[in-house]
Write a protein that binds this ligand. Structure first.
Ligand SMILES: Cc1cc2nc3c(=O)[nH]c(=O)nc-3n(C[C@H](O)[C@H](O)[C@H](O)COP(=O)(O)OP(=O)(O)OC[C@H]3O[C@@H](n4cnc5c(N)ncnc54)[C@H](O)[C@@H]3O)c2cc1C
Length: 329
């Protein structure tokens, strides 16, 4: 009997998730780059999540919680620690009042599946985020946004697990301290177990409109942006105090403005990593790019913006497994 089979039997017997060794992360993120995780686990319930954190604590391992990998860039070198990919998938709905309902979705639910479930159950609001890849966990972490909509506008409450103690906490919207690309989860001291959204009950006409909106947004995104081998927008927009350039009395905070001006779209390339011809803020792996190629390309972009405008674009994409910050600061 192989060691892997034996481990499977033991994990089944004790009803704990299987902790695997040396698992490739390349096929678990949207850039399709990166090395192996020393340890890897997919807990499917809260007890499994607690077990995984306990394993990491006892063995002094670093922890990284992975969603769909749609907003990360993983080092080519192995991740020396435990990668936890939550497979908690429950969704439940209950009444709030005549106008609203509460829908709770576990961290491992794919966000588009949640949107579809809402629409099937006559709940509207989240369809504005249609076509954004990722899980509920990753989406709350970054507070996903699309035009004027932020996920935090809909989040009512959540269940989180505290990393150091494994304690389960029920928290409200204020606890997250949400902002643009910002939430308390980014302290990495807590992980999302599930999130509850307060959504409007809708009649058949409003639901038909919302479904049309979902389909139209997805169609628009597929036409307008690359949707393979990328993490979406690589850089975040600037904060007002980071820029001096103004137009019509308003600070030019949109990073895409600066990236468009330096003329890199579809042109700047390192190995198989290229700036998308569709969007200057999206980097695409054409097939064989490594994370090192992407980092080299990103540094070139940062340097070009710095030379022309004196400011350095900062990543929205999360950099995973780097001992030292690999980009320009
Ligand atoms: C083609 C494309 C288009 C995109 N368009 C948009 C867009 O329009 N708007 C937008 O906001 N984003 C966009 N993104 C970015 C991405 O979709 C979101 O950031 C998404 O929420 C990432 O979710 P994920 O599950 O893949 O998270 P991952 O990429 O796996 O992880 C991202 C971060 O979330 C953390 N995380 C994941 N799960 C948990 C958890 N349970 N608890 C605590 N932390 C957790 C991770 O540790 C990591 O730090 C786009 C990405 C792509 C590839």
């Amino acid at each position: 009997m192989s060691l892997d089979i034996l481990k499977n039997i033991i994990s089944d017997f004790y009803n704990v998730p299987l902790i695997q060794e040396k698992v490739s992360l390349k096929d678990k993120n949207w850039f399709f780059t990166g090395g192996n995780a020393s340890y890897y686990v997919e807990p499917s319930d809260i007890d499994g999540f607690i077990f995984a954190l306990d394993f990491a604590k006892k063995n002094n391992h670093k922890v990284f919680v992975l969603g769909q990998g749609a907003n990360i860039l993983i080092n080519d070198k192995d991740f020396d620690g435990l990668v936890i990919k939550p497979q908690l998938k429950y969704i439940s709905i209950k009444d709030f009042d005549d106008e609203y309902s509460l829908i709770t979705a576990a961290s491992g639910v794919v966000f588009q599946d949640l949107i579809n479930k809402c629409l099937e159950n006559n709940l509207i609001g989240l369809e504005e985020f249609s076509g954004i890849p990722g899980t509920v966990g990753g989406s709350v972490y970054i507070n996903i946004h699309y035009f004027e909509f932020l996920l935090s506008q809909f989040l009512h409450s959540a269940t989180v697990i505290e990393k150091s103690t494994g304690k389960i906490l029920m928290v409200d919207n204020a606890w997250f301290n949400f902002g643009y690309n910002n939430s308390t989860l980014q302290s990495k001291q807590y992980y999302l177990i599930d999130a509850t959204f307060k959504l409007k009950n809708a009649d058949i006409f409003k639901i038909a409109y919302a479904k049309g909106r979902r389909d139209e947004i997805i169609r628009h995104r597929v036409k307008r942006y690359p949707n393979k081998g990328t993490c979406g927008s690589f850089f975040r927009n600037f904060y007002e105090d980071e820029v001096t350039l103004e137009s019509g009395g308003k600070k030019m905070i949109h990073v895409a403005y600066y990236l468009d001006k330096i003329g890199i779209k579809g042109m700047l390339r390192v190995g198989d990593a290229i700036v998308s011809y569709q969007h200057a803020n999206m980097i695409v792996n054409l097939g064989a790019a490594t994370t090192t190629d992407i980092i080299t390309l990103v540094r070139q972009i940062q340097q070009m913006v710095k030379d022309q405008y004196g400011i350095v674009p900062k990543p929205e994409c999360q950099l995973i497994g780097f001992k030292e910050y690999p980009l320009l600061d």
